[in-house]
Design a binder for this molecule. Structure first.
Ligand SMILES: [Zn+2]
Length: 127
């Protein structure tokens, strides 16, 4: 059986009916909440970073990244990717999201670009 939206193969019993179409779980969720696929970060940007950081709304990966940055202060992207178990490409997306929330920023030190928390003082960084 195939999803009528994304053509993914659906395992027997996992198919969902929506508006007369057979959908996979993912497309079904999308169909139920169309806002989800628009801008997942729009909802976050309305809230303050501090509120978010303390709250449960950051994903587990984001929290792991922020904890790592709290411990090590400056982390190279490949090390951060390894720490949270993402590819560098996937990490870039997560970094973009966190940057958008002003929770992290890039920092140049000794000619290398590190990731650091947004509130890390600029002392000791390259100009
Ligand atoms: Zn689908």
């Amino acid at each position: 059986m195939k999803c009528e939206s994304c053509q993914a193969e659906i395992e027997a019993g996992d198919e969902r009916e929506h508006a007369g179409r057979t959908l996979c779980e993912d497309c079904y969720m999308d169909a139920l909440s169309p806002a989800r696929s628009c801008d997942p970060w729009a909802v976050f940007s309305a809230k303050s970073a501090a509120e978010l950081e303390g709250g449960a709304e950051l994903t587990e990966v984001h929290q792991k990244m922020l904890h790592k940055l709290q411990q090590d202060k400056y982390v190279l992207p490949p090390d951060l990717a390894a720490h949270v178990g993402l590819s560098l490409e996937q990490l870039q997306k997560e970094l973009a999201a966190l940057r958008h929330l002003e929770l992290i920023r890039g920092a140049r030190k000794g000619g290398q670009v590190y990731v650091t928390r947004f509130d890390t003082p600029h002392d000791g960084e390259d100009n």
